[in-house]
Design a protein around this ligand. Structure first.
Ligand SMILES: [Zn+2]
Length: 252
């Protein structure tokens, strides 16, 4: 997890950027998007001290693109692109996937993993809604496979008990805990940083013994992970990291 990097632009503007390590990256590359802002993607084991100079060298490119973004962002907000993704980055799991769409003669649209790091969506892939739904099902599955056991491990380590874990795709909540000890996790957590997700899981586990956000709750959570409160604040903007193609789909 890395935050608080920034580059000073002309006219006193400052652009914040985050650094993401990608096992697939061979070189440093910059990504700019309206939703996520500036991201510096670096190969594994890359010396982060070299990054500021690289970003500095790309200053005019960044400024030009940011200008274009401000020009078109109004239009984009009104009519978001419904384009299907070609890659899926899941920081929570440290995974990066390429997506291939393969038109086949099956009526259903399904997802298979034929090789590591590559998702194949097959079937009537011209039906974009069906593709989105298939990808969403797959994200649910990955959440169940990875985040639920993680939650169970944390519960065991910290001496909490929860009843069951459900996966949801709530629009406004990362997770919740019912009075019966059912913990719901949003699959959108997959797009968050790993230590952020850990804090969310610990937060919900604390709710199994303290349902409100009283000082007692924060003391309990702070005792498990002192950084949680600061991380929760940072996560308020976390929704921006959920890919647009997923957010627009009004299936939830
Ligand atoms: Zn809470």
């Amino acid at each position: 997890m890395s935050a608080n990097h920034s580059l000073e632009l002309n006219h006193g503007r400052v652009v914040d950027y985050r650094i993401r390590t990608s096992p697939r990256a061979r070189n440093v590359r910059l990504q700019l998007s309206i939703r996520d802002g500036l991201t510096v993607v670096v190969p594994r084991n890359y010396d982060h001290r070299r990054i500021p100079a690289i970003v500095e060298k790309k200053r005019s490119w960044i400024e030009a693109h940011l200008r274009r973004f401000t020009d078109i962002s109004g239009a984009v907000d009104r009519r978001p692109a419904a384009v299907l993704p070609e890659t899926l980055e899941l920081p929570a799991l440290g995974e990066s996937w390429q997506i291939e769409y393969r038109l086949t003669n099956t009526r259903v649209v399904g997802v298979i993993i034929e090789q590591p790091g590559r998702i194949t969506i097959y079937g009537a892939v011209s039906d974009h809604d069906a593709c989105r739904e298939a990808l969403k099902r797959w994200l649910h599955l990955r959440t169940r496979e990875e985040l639920v056991p993680w939650l169970a491990r944390l519960a065991e380590q910290s001496g909490f008990k929860f009843n069951e874990a459900l996966i949801r795709g709530q629009k406004t909540r990362w997770a919740s805990c019912s009075s019966k000890g059912t913990i719901s996790l949003s699959f959108k957590l997959l797009f968050m940083e790993r230590d952020w997700v850990r804090c969310v899981l610990l937060h919900e586990l604390c709710h199994t013994v303290c349902m409100n956000h009283s000082p007692r709750f924060w003391a309990l959570l702070g005792g498990l992970e002192p950084e949680c409160r600061a991380i929760h604040k940072r996560m308020r903007d976390g929704w921006k990291r959920v890919p647009a193609w997923l957010e627009e789909w009004g299936g939830e």
